[in-house]
Design a protein around this ligand. Structure first.
Ligand code: THU
Length: 157
């Protein structure tokens, strides 16, 4: 038997400690929550993806009366980014959310499993780490890669 442990590198910072570009990404993710369509959950998520061509692409969760047809903010942004700029590579993503009371979450928002898997695909494509910023009013988590959010990820290769 062999026992081991997988650790996740995580840095917690305040908004003021962010770099200018990180702050811009967080601001864009926060603004994107206001473009969410969430009449069922009333939970508004925004994502902002920085591409290596300098563009920032945002997305927000889009719900549907047929519940499973809705899409999370992260995948809305990721799929649009790659559809719009197929040659560009992802370099960073910021995610923000407002709860049913309309206020930004105090603790950092954490993306769902399906979004982690989808984002990992674009990180693999980029052949470079994609920085992940998880927004919370009381602190922002910075992870160095999508892979660090999804240890033991599924891969065909
Ligand atoms: N949602 C996201 O957009 N991103 C996440 O990381 C978690 C959940 C959305 C899906 C649904 O529209 C609402 O939040 C409530 O689950």
């Amino acid at each position: 038997m062999k026992q081991s442990e997988i650790r996740i590198p995580l840095t917690e910072v305040s908004y003021d400690e962010l770099t200018d570009m990180q702050r811009r990404l967080i601001d864009d993710a926060r603004q994107a929550t206001h473009r969410s369509y969430a009449p069922y959950s009333h939970f508004s998520v925004g994502a902002a993806i920085l591409l290596d061509n300098g563009e920032i692409v945002t997305g927000a969760n889009q719900e549907n009366a047929a519940y499973p047809s809705g899409t999370c903010a992260e995948r809305t942004a990721a799929y649009y980014a790659h559809a719009r700029y197929p040659e560009a590579r992802f370099t960073a993503i910021a995610i923000s959310a407002r709860g049913t009371d309309g206020h930004y979450l105090k603790s950092p928002i954490s993306p769902c499993g399906a979004c982690r898997q989808a984002l990992l695909e674009y990180e693999t494509l980029a052949q470079a780490n994609v920085t992940v910023l998880l927004d919370g009013a009381d602190g922002i988590y910075i992870l160095p890669s999508v892979r660090s959010l999804l240890p033991l990820a599924f891969s065909e290769f």
